[in-house]
Design a protein around this ligand. Structure first.
Ligand code: ADP
Ligand code: MG
Length: 333
């Protein structure tokens, strides 16, 4: 009979990292969220081999204080919350202090940053979770995070990465979703030194549509709808596709890209009629949302999911009616 033993810290660190970080796409999501939390207006993402050999995310946000750099890569170290009460009304994407620590544990990580209030920047290099270098350097205001050799020390995970093309596709989909949800930010995605996607950062209403127009196949017009069931607000974009296609759904809840079963259920309840591409933006008061139920923050729980379901169903119903009317008007008399 084997005795119970506590896992060695480097083994438990890798297991925990695996809950947060499973692919280049999940790293890019965490890094974009950090840049948004830092108040960045410009976010540049660059990949090599779909992020398997290198991911760089660069922003013009507030930066990290030189002395805080080693803390940034420690698990459960965060500047975003400080006590249990804060968990009830989280206004930032991050709060678990796990992303950089997890990324550091399974890659070679390099952070260059210059905080707004400091005259000089800092460089931190970490391999497999160990800090190897921390020194002052000249750099730009903002933060540049570089992740190399993902899962070099975690072969079981590395095996599950897709081809470079497959991983690039997954990262593109994350970046595009954020670009749609945050039309006022400037996003650039590069792969092997080629720009594959960029947005201009525009605050006009139309931008959602402009961006979706670029990324969704264009043979069908995009429908737009809104409901305001105080305090729940839902905005949706829908591109109906040919019958027989499924519902392809992206949901943002209070700015977070999540897997949400409530909106999905509302759309699915309309069956084939609602098939196609959906982009749904839900806004609820922060205290009506529990974001702390999943290590990668990929799921949220609504306090009042019944209300969300009702609001979403109403919205989908209106949009389906609208599209029927639209399609029943002949384009040319
Ligand atoms: P969390 O976002 O949950 O706080 P992370 O591990 O993602 O945890 O980041 C740890 C800390 O490092 C953050 O709380 C923040 O203070 C700092 N940080 C990370 N990325 C950036 C960035 N791009 N700009 C400024 N500060 C950052
Ligand atoms: Mg974070």
């Amino acid at each position: 009979m084997r005795r119970i033993e506590k896992l060695k810290p480097d083994v438990s660190a890798r297991i925990a990292a695996g809950e947060v970080i499973e692919s280049p796409a999940s790293i890019v999501k965490e890094l974009i969220e950090n840049s948004l939390d830092a108040g960045a207006t410009t976010i540049k993402i660059a990949l090599n081999q779909g992020g398997k050999s290198k991911i760089v995310v660069e922003d013009d946000g507030v930066g990290i204080l030189f002395n805080d750099l080693p803390l940034a890569v420690e698990r459960f170290a965060t500047s975003k919350i400080s006590d249990v009460d804060d968990l009830g009304h989280i206004g930032t994407f991050g709060f678990r202090g796990e992303a950089l620590g997890s990324i550091a544990a399974v890659s070679r990580l390099e952070i260059r940053s210059m905080a707004r209030e400091e005259a000089e920047g800092g460089l931190l290099i970490c391999t497999g979770g160990k800090v190897e270098l921390h020194r002052r350097i000249n750099t730009f205001p903002g933060t540049r995070v570089q992740v190399e050799d993902l899962f070099f020390n975690f072969p079981a995970r590395r095996k599950f990465l897709k081809s470079s093309q497959g991983e690039t596709r997954r990262v593109s989909s994350v970046v595009r979703d954020y670009a749609v949800a945050f039309p006022d930010k400037v996003f650039t995605l590069m792969s092997e030194d080629r720009v594959i996607f960029s947005t201009e950062g525009n605050t006009e209403e139309r931008t959602f549509l402009d961006i979706l127009d670029k990324i969704w196949p264009s043979h069908c017009p995009i429908q737009q709808g809104k409901v305001d069931f105080v305090p729940v607000k839902i905005t949706a974009f829908w591109q109906p596709l040919r019958e027989g296609t499924r519902v392809n759904l992206t949901v943002f809840v209070n700015g977070r890209r999540v897997q949400d079963s409530v909106v999905r259920a509302a759309i699915s309840s309309f069956g084939q009629a609602a098939s196609g591409l959906w982009f749904v933006i839900v806004e609820v008061p922060p205290e009506d949302l529990d974001v702390n139920i999943h290590p990668a923050k990929a799921e949220v729980r609504f306090k009042n999911s019944g209300e969300i379901y009702k609001a979403a169903s109403k919205l989908v119903e209106d949009m389906l009616m609208g599209s029927k009317q639209m399609f029943s008007i002949p384009l040319r008399p």
